[in-house]
Design a protein. Structure first.
Lengths: 149, 236
């Protein structure tokens, strides 16, 4: 369980730096930042794969993404998210996937949150996701950046 | 439980450079050492990304050395920064652009430009070069903060707590597992990790304040560093 030589010499590798920096935000941390940190950890890709196993990354109708978003939103209990509860973070990841899917497929933002904040969330989490979800999030970011709030 | 960060770590770092510059040559040397230690790598990364060495037919390291030798010997250069409103790293990045232009003009023997104009090159910066600079700066800042944190833990006889923090917060090993391995309680493990995070935040806060951040900008600066590290994810 100790620090490996690679880790000892790469404390500022992106996958290590992101969780470290999230840890420094303290009480100001936002749930999606905790999610990004979870995805950046050494087992993050496997964890994300399991969390997204019930969601298809293929093109879907708006109704499918909307239904997924609403189910996951109910599971994202703020107190559980703040404590880093794994199940709550997994629900948040599926929630993000629903937003990303709808942006990619319909160009529609299924949230009242401003698009620049959604873009920031997707941009922070996306690079640490396994294929093809990293590409889904990247394309969704492009859609979000082209929207006017 | 630890005292709040703001109470444990007064905001004197924001005035550190000004205070040092008021202490004559000894203070100037301390400031120069600080600038060269913390900003060399980001400036070299920037020069390499922009290709500033090509026209001068020299290496980025030599450009940065020349820039430091030219500017840091003058106390007024850093005094000018303090009234600029820029972060120190932005000031130095602008400054090295101007320094290279000066050197080119010396080589070509053409018209003179004002070497103290901080805005001269701000509008012509390559975004990818700026990203490379910010990533190198974030790396240097975090590496330095980690070194300071480890040194303070060592002095307190608690260096092993760094590994605990790393195992839990970076590698994601559950508290239950690390507590069992170390034969401590879970609350004890949580407290140790919290203490290390506080030390690391204090150390990083010092770096950011000396760069010109205000105390209420620390969290946004940490978020900017997170964004800078994503530049490395996309670009190898």
């Amino acid at each position: 369980m100790g620090v490996t030589m690679d880790e000892a010499h790469e404390p500022t590798r992106g996958a290590h730096a992101i969780p470290m920096l999230v840890a420094l935000l303290g009480d100001e941390v936002q749930p999606f930042e905790l999610l990004a940190a979870r995805c950046a950890m050494e087992d993050g890709a496997d964890w994300a794969t399991r969390a997204l196993s019930s969601v298809s990354p293929a093109e879907q109708p708006r109704e499918v993404w909307s239904a997924l978003k609403n189910r996951c939103k109910a599971e994202c209990v703020p107190a559980r998210l703040s404590s880093g509860d794994p199940d709550a973070l997994a629900a948040l990841l599926r929630y993000c996937a629903a937003l990303a899917g709808a942006l990619r497929d319909q160009g529609e933002l299924l949230s009242s949150t401003p698009s620049h904040e959604i873009q920031r969330m997707l941009a922070l989490v996306g690079p640490f996701l396994p294929a093809p979800w990293d590409e889904v999030f990247a394309r969704a970011c492009q859609c979000a950046s082209g929207r006017a709030d | 439980m630890s005292t709040p960060t703001s109470a444990r770590f007064p905001d004197t770092q924001a005035a550190w450079i000004a205070n040092q510059l008021g202490e004559g040559n000894d203070g100037l040397f301390r400031v120069c050492d600080h600038v060269m230690a913390w900003y060399r790598k980001p400036l070299v990364a920037y020069c390499r990304a922009v290709g500033l060495g090509a026209a001068l037919r020299t290496e980025p390291d030599d450009i940065v050395n020349g820039f430091f030798a030219s500017r840091l010997s003058e106390p007024d250069y850093l005094r000018s920064w303090q009234s600029s409103g820029f972060r120190l790293r932005r000031w130095l990045r602008n400054g090295i652009n101007l320094f290279v232009r000066e050197e080119l003009r010396k080589q070509l023997r053409t018209e003179h430009i004002d070497p103290d104009d901080p805005e001269a090159d701000a509008s012509t910066e390559d975004p990818e070069a700026v990203d490379a600079f910010e990533r190198a700066w974030a790396e240097a800042a975090l590496e330095g903060a980690i070194s300071v944190t480890k040194a303070s833990l060592t002095a307190a006889g608690h260096l092993e707590d760094w590994e605990l923090f790393w195992t839990v917060r970076v590698r994601g090993v559950p508290y239950e597992a690390v507590a069992e391995e170390r034969r401590i309680t879970i609350p004890q493990a949580r407290h140790k990790v919290f203490e290390v995070a506080e030390r690391l935040r204090d150390a990083l806060r010092e770096v950011l304040l000396r760069d010109g951040a205000t105390p209420d900008q620390i969290s946004s600066d940490i978020r900017a560093m997170m964004k800078a590290f994503h530049y490395g994810c996309h670009n190898g």
